[in-house]
Design a protein around this ligand. Structure first.
Ligand SMILES: [Zn+2]
Length: 317
């Protein structure tokens, strides 16, 4: 169902669920995947919302509806998926679609066609599609799915609402992102949010912040704290930032001791640079300062002061 993609594709999800709320849809959508690998599944989930009279995309919730039932059995005549059988999508495939869709819908009031790998439309198929898009018959909706939008005719693109997907974050279980997510998360939702939405941004910010501090000391107060607090802009996020600081410096300790990095393994260059500027003793002191100061976060101390204080104490090591 469409909700399954809420975390992976928050923007496209929002656009489409908003049109569902006001019951207003474009006649043609172009899903620009940018390497996202579940484009067709997403398109099907959305097609189901369009076709089901109850707008469900999950048949468990909609067991009485013929449309959902038949779509799930891959046996619904008013939903067509066109894909290339070889190198190209051919004109005949588009002609067949237009024939099939020329009569008014029998079961519902909508028909949907999905063109998967739309960049493979050859030129006569493109022209045939263009005519169909120029005069969209009532109740017929198109979803074009492509990884290469610019291979499509401009005239086709301009007739579609283009929805740009986020690339999949490639991460195996050994990635810093997943290991850190596991460490900081108390439940599945927090983990998913971290892995799919904010984690990369937070980790990058921490790595950049520490690197800057290690090279410029007090200047961090002037040049870094403002941006940093825009990223970690409430107490919960700030507490998370302090946890990440500790994990980072623990990995610097690991590096100095010649041990394997536990969390920041994808950032070994940065860890290496910081380890060269520090001793075992200085890192241990820094970790203690961070842990001690993090206790203040829950007492609602002004976060600007807290960060200034952190830098001043760390510079004293
Ligand atoms: Zn249904």
């Amino acid at each position: 169902m469409l909700d399954d993609y809420k975390l992976e594709q928050p923007i496209v999800y929002k656009v489409l669920t908003n049109s569902l709320k006001i019951n207003k849809y474009s006649h043609a959508y172009l899903f620009e995947l940018n390497g996202y690998n579940k484009g067709l599944d997403f398109a099907l989930a959305f097609a189901k919302i369009l076709l089901c009279p109850n707008h469900y995309s999950n048949n468990l919730k909609c067991k009485d509806c013929n449309q959902c039932h038949n779509i799930d059995k891959n046996n619904y005549i008013e939903l067509k998926i066109i894909d290339s059988s070889g190198q190209w999508i051919k004109k005949e495939q588009l002609e067949e679609l237009q024939r099939d869709f020329s009569t008014k819908s029998i079961l519902g009031n909508k028909k949907v066609y999905i063109i998967n790998n739309a960049e493979k439309l050859n030129s006569s198929a493109s022209n045939s599609l263009l005519k169909f898009l120029e005069e969209p018959p009532e109740g017929i909706y198109a979803i074009l799915v492509t990884n290469n939008m610019y291979q499509l005719l401009n005239t086709i693109i301009s007739r579609c609402q283009v929805l740009s997907f986020k690339k999949n974050i490639i991460c195996n279980d050994d990635s810093s992102l997943k290991k850190i997510a596991k460490y900081i998360s108390s439940d599945e939702d927090t983990y998913d949010d971290f892995v799919n939405i904010n984690g990369v941004k937070y980790i990058d910010e921490i790595v950049e912040y520490i690197l800057f501090f290690e090279q410029h000391d007090y200047e961090s107060i002037i040049y870094k704290n403002k941006d940093f607090l825009q990223c970690f802009d409430d107490r919960k996020k700030l507490a998370l930032a302090f946890e990440l600081f500790v994990l980072y410096y623990k990995d610097v300790l690991n590096e100095i001791l010649g041990l394997k990095l536990q969390y920041f393994n994808d950032y070994s260059d940065s860890i290496n640079k910081v380890s060269e500027k520090n001793s075992l003793e200085s890192i241990s002191k820094k970790i203690k300062i961070i842990v001690d100061l993090s206790m203040n976060i829950k007492y609602n101390l002004n976060s600007n002061l807290l960060m200034d204080n952190l830098i001043i104490k760390l510079c004293g090591v």
